[in-house]
Design a protein around this ligand. Sequence first.
Ligand SMILES: Nc1nc2c([nH]c(=O)n2[C@@H]2O[C@H](COP(=O)(O)OP(=O)(O)OP(=O)(O)O)[C@@H](O)[C@H]2O)c(=O)[nH]1
Length: 145
Amino acid sequence: MSEHAPRKHTEVAVGILLKSNGEMLLTSRPEGKPYAGYWEFPGGKLEAGETVEQALRRELQEELGITIGTASVWKVTEHDYPHALVRLHWCKVFEWQGEFEMREGQSMSWEPWPPQVKPILPGAVPVLEWFAEERGEPFDPATIG
Ligand SMILES: Nc1nc2c([nH]c(=O)n2[C@@H]2O[C@H](COP(=O)(O)OP(=O)(O)OP(=O)(O)O)[C@@H](O)[C@H]2O)c(=O)[nH]1
């Protein structure tokens, strides 16, 4: 491959689980992964042949032990990390079934607005900006991470 070949995107499905009281689910990245200990929205990489919804359903089953209802893509972002160029497909999720089990030794937290946990993964920050816009509030990224 040429030194100047474009980097290939890693496609990632990410779930924004929202409770009726407005709280959102954040999970911490497990030990052994890049950015271990950072808070993120749960999800993971698409496997060959999967749609975003299928990948998200599989990942949340594997990582959290829950079965999600329908999920459709809300927005798409890209983030260029030293370890990967990722394309994040963000899905809002309002329905799920099952008891939460942290199957990868991660932590979970239902967070109010604005979220209190730190640090938050850089690639998740746009979501917080959109939520602030939806609420008509200013958002200062310096207050997180
Ligand atoms: N799940 C998740 N991934 C995110 C978010 N923001 C963000 O930049 N990413 C990036 O998207 C990629 C997701 O990969 P992952 O390591 O969580 O996925 P995975 O569970 O399939 O990993 P593995 O099978 O390689 O262990 C990582 O490069 C991660 O840094 C986010 O809010 N949630």
